[in-house]
Design a protein around this ligand. Structure first.
Ligand code: PLP
Length: 410
């Protein structure tokens, strides 16, 4: 390990192939934003694009916009753009609804692909909504839920396992699982699997087609910067689409939505995953936000992400006594965040926010720092770590205004 310095951080910025991308975002002065894994920053051109859509399309073209301005195709078009960032060929990703709704869709439909099997495997440390929906789908379909860490999945795979649902990156610790190996093991047991890419899409390449994933879901307001409440997305591999029996049979997913038939017939391809009228304004904001990725190589994005998280781990080892990392030291095994384990993590998080360093707290003892590679500079990360060092050394976090109950948890 090389001990980091401010000048090594400056040198990394001078050599950063993504340095120019920061100007595409509106980052507030005086803020070091280490929470892009919760709500990505605003791409600077999004407000103007929304204004055009609101005033020109909605205001002037009105209902003709569904055809004239491409509103009807938007969920497919935006889906394909997201697909390009996660290794999915066109026609397999659809944008819409929330991650929670997409989880319900995918879990139910995958279980229906394996009607003779009765076990659903998920991660007991996974994000709550993923677990709640796994339980609900299991109740609906008469499945048994087995909880296991993704790294131990082989120990519970047998011929009763219908489906497996894991996140690619643990939202709390930032641990990144070996998706290709896990996918292969699940397939070898005859089961199908879905990946939740909430903490992967937009900060690393992901080869959904290449690893042979069956399905995936993800949200768009984290590293994809789609804005608060941006619609989520789902991926279903081409080979499963025709057999896919999705539970939410809305009119927009009908084979002939404007035939107004009394009973449901699914559309061909990924369009059967449409449900009802999508949130056009939010989806437009997301569509515009995705422009920032147009000329970027996700391998370059990932390399910067690794460099930023490495800087944090090296700094903590050198200058933050008593602070440990819940995030793996091996760069291949981490996402784009570092979760530092410390006493009084809640109060420390608040003290940092008061000084312009925005991260978040995850119970019971984690300061979770996310590193969006598109807009962060190494030197501002360095300066934020110096502030953390100062907060810990001076115990300024003891100020009563930072105590629990005085601030909203994000
Ligand atoms: C952020 C996140 C979600 C969010 O779900 P919503 O329905 O969009 O609120 C779901 N799963 C994981 C793993 C997440 O990290």
């Amino acid at each position: 390990m090389s001990e980091p310095t401010r000048s090594s951080a400056e040198a990394a910025d001078a050599a950063d192939p993504l340095a120019h991308v920061r100007a595409r975002f509106a980052i507030p002065a005086g803020t070091t934003y280490l929470d892009g894994n919760s709500l990505g920053a605003l791409p600077a051109h999004v407000p103007a694009r929304l204004k055009t859509v609101i005033e020109g399309e909605w205001g002037t073209d009105l209902v003709t916009s569904w055809n004239a301005n491409g509103w009807w195709e938007l969920p497919v078009r935006v889906g394909d753009r997201i697909g390009a960032l996660v290794g999915a060929a066109p026609g397999q990703v659809l944008c819409g609804d929330s991650t929670s709704v997409q989880l319900f869709q995918v879990l139910t439909a995958l279980a229906r692909l394996r009607p003779d099997r009765h076990t659903l495997i998920t991660d007991g440390a996974g994000f709550p909504t993923d677990q709640y929906l796994a339980d609900s789908v299991a109740r609906l379909l008469g499945l048994t839920v087995v909880r296991v860490s993704p790294s131990d999945v082989e120990s519970v795979l047998d011929d009763d396992v219908a489906l497996v649902a894991f996140s690619a990156v643990d939202y709390r610790t930032g641990e990144r699982w070996d998706a290709p190996a896990i996918t292969e093991a699940v397939h070898a047991a005859g089961a199908v699997l879905t990946w939740d890419l909430a903490h992967a899409a937009g900060c690393m390449p992901f080869g959904l087609d290449e690893i042979g994933a069956d399905a995936a879901v993800g949200c768009s307001y984290k590293y994809l910067n789609g804005g608060p409440g941006a619609p989520a997305w789902l991926y279903v591999a081409q080979r499963h689409q025709d057999a896919l029996d999705l539970p939410l049979t809305g009119w927009q997913g009908h084979a002939e939505p404007f035939a107004l038939e009394p009973s449901y017939r699914p559309a061909g391809g990924i369009e059967r995953a449409r449900v009802g009228t999508p949130p056009l304004l939010s989806m437009t904001a997301l569509d515009a936000a995705l422009d920032v990725f147009d000329d970027l190589d996700m391998n370059v994005v990932r390399a910067k992400s690794e460099a930023l998280t490495q800087l944090v781990l090296d700094y903590a080892a050198a200058y933050l006594p008593g602070v440990t990392s819940a995030t793996p030291a091996d760069p291949r095994r981490r996402g784009s965040q570092v979760s530092l384990r410390l006493e009084h993590a809640y109060e420390v998080t608040q003290a940092l926010i008061a000084r312009g360093v925005i991260g978040d707290f995850r119970a019971p003892d984690l300061l979770r720092l996310g590193f969006a590679p598109l807009y962060l500079r190494h030197v501002e990360v360095w300066d934020a770590l110096e502030i953390l060092r100062d907060v810990l050394a001076t115990e300024s976090w003891r100020d009563p205004s930072f105590a629990r109950g005085n601030a909203a948890v994000t």
